[in-house]
Design a binder for this molecule. Structure first.
Ligand code: AMP
Length: 203
């Protein structure tokens, strides 16, 4: 099963992708996570910290290489890709050349105001990468990771100014993908404004 998770930043795609990946044993591919790794950080940081999209050419090269690896043979979960129509069309073209298709696109519906609240309250452990939310999922000790006992950090693009930019970029570039996949009859909508376990159940 080849899946795309679509939705505004903060709608819980990454969290749910990890759960789907574990349950069905197919890899979770997050372009955002790839860009945050050390090897990509230098070239890409100027886009990510401003909340703007990395050029398609760079993203497409990375994604094609990643989904051609053997662990993607029985499926993959794309999180944060595609992010505009050109990326979606290029992906379709690439998959077509490999006799593959996208089977389903899960669209995580979340009001923009909830996304702003979630993103600005998100904190991450720099060691184990566990995500916390200061409002809905706080650590036991203030700002300290429950497992690693170190101070939590905030993603450089989770500040209010950059969050607003990311949401504008989403509305202008990524939202049109809802119709793109609806027209292909692949879109399945789900209410992402619920606790993690409830969203996973509906998936
Ligand atoms: P995310 O973790 O998915 O919110 O992505 C963080 C940032 O990485 C985005 O704001 C973009 O700067 C960049 N990025 C991630 N995925 C893509 C993509 N498919 N196309 C372009 N830029 C991306």
């Amino acid at each position: 099963m080849n899946l795309i998770l679509l939705g505004v930043p903060g709608s819980g795609k990454g969290t749910q992708a990890k759960l789907i990946s574990k349950k069905y044993n197919i890899p979770h591919i997050s372009t955002g996570d790839i860009f945050r790794t050390k090897s990509h950080k230098k070239v890409i940081a100027k886009y990510v910290t401003k909340g703007i999209l990395v050029p398609d050419k760079i993203v497409l090269e990375i994604i094609e290489e990643r989904i051609s690896r053997p662990d993607c043979r029985s499926g993959f979960i794309l999180d944060g890709f595609p992010r505009n129509i050109n990326q979606a069309q290029s992906l379709d073209k690439y998959l077509n050349s490999k006799n593959k298709i996208i089977n389903k696109v899960l669209y995580f519906k979340l009001p923009i105001q909830s996304a702003i609240k979630r993103l600005t309250a998100r904190r991450i452990c720099p060691i184990c990468s566990k995500n916390y939310n200061l409002i809905s999922e706080p650590p036991q000790k203030e700002n300290i990771c429950d497992s690693c006992n170190v101070s939590l950090t905030q993603r450089t693009d989770d500040t209010i100014k950059t969050v607003k930019k990311r949401l504008t970029v989403y509305t202008q570039n990524t939202k049109p993908l809802i119709l793109y996949y609806k027209n292909q009859n692949k879109l399945r909508e789900l209410n992402a404004d619920k606790p993690v376990n409830n969203v996973f159940q509906s998936i």
